[in-house]
Design a protein around this ligand. Structure first.
Ligand code: PGA
Length: 252
């Protein structure tokens, strides 16, 4: 990997106070000697205070899994970027396919959330990815381009500098079906080239991470690809030993 790596856990709607405590402590101690790779966990909102308490002052960072596009107001049930920043978050996932599919978040809302996060100095982890039907119809690049361009057009290319892109093929999320390293690499290269068409330097520096059934036993071959800078890890981030191994796999 040409760039420093990032491995981020996406806990989704999993966890409880007791289990989290153990998991977070194990991740901190197990990744103590990790070098040149950042390690983060994106936890459910109610556990941000716990993450801050356990991870504060350690090398492990934390973040949210979603954020409102608004900063305040009558938006029952929503959480603003400022609130995430209050709890020490560095990252927030935006545009995860589960948000897009289950909660109807379109490209415009995702772009607004991306900007909202940056306005409070959070680093958005922007998720893009195609469904199986889109891949089979040979529409992968077109779909990814639309998802990416929506954010570049709205936020401006300079904003991309302070973000992470996560390529997550929808058909690989939680299914046990991982993209082959070459399939993932091809899309990562496509994303990097598209960014390079605006700005070469940003394209060379930006972390593009892969998500979708990454496990300890397939992480190394994925992270060995030239344009894959780490991973966004769902299921395997809930098991300390798996997650720690994946972090070390990103070290090369
Ligand atoms: P998975 O999820 O690792 O369980 O496939 C990845 C994600 O949804 O971010």
């Amino acid at each position: 990997m040409a760039r420093a790596g990032l491995v981020a856990g996406n806990w989704k709607m999993h966890g409880n106070l007791i289990r989290n405590q153990e998991l977070l402590a194990s991740i901190v101690s197990g990744t103590q000697s990790l070098q040149n790779v950042s390690c983060a966990v994106c936890v459910p909102y109610p556990y941000l205070a716990q993450a801050q308490l356990v991870l504060g002052g350690t090398h492990v960072e934390w973040g949210g899994q979603n954020v409102s596009q608004h900063h305040q107001g009558a938006y029952t049930g929503e959480i603003s970027a400022g609130m995430l920043a209050d709890f020490g978050c560095r990252y927030v996932i935006v545009g995860h396919s589960e948000r897009r599919t289950l909660y109807g978040e379109g490209n415009k809302v995702v772009a607004e959330k991306f900007c909202s996060a940056q306005e409070r100095l959070l680093v958005p982890i922007l998720c893009v990815g195609e469904t199986l039907a889109q891949r089979e119809a040979n529409d992968t690049e077109q779909v990814i381009a639309m998802q990416l361009d929506a954010v570049i057009d709205f936020a401006g290319i300079d904003a991309i500098r302070q973000s992470v892109i996560a390529y997550e093929p929808v058909w690989a999320i939680g299914t046990g079906k991982t993209a082959t390293p070459q399939q993932a690499q091809d899309v990562h290269a496509f994303i990097r080239n598209r960014i390079a068409s605006h700005n070469d330097e940003i394209a060379a520096d930006i972390q593009i991470i892969y998500g979708g059934s990454v496990k300890a036993d397939n992480a190394s071959e994925l992270f060995a690809m030239a344009d894959i800078d780490g991973g966004l890890i769902g299921g395997a981030s809930l098991v300390a030993s798996e997650f720690i191994s994946i972090c070390f796999a990103a070290q090369g």
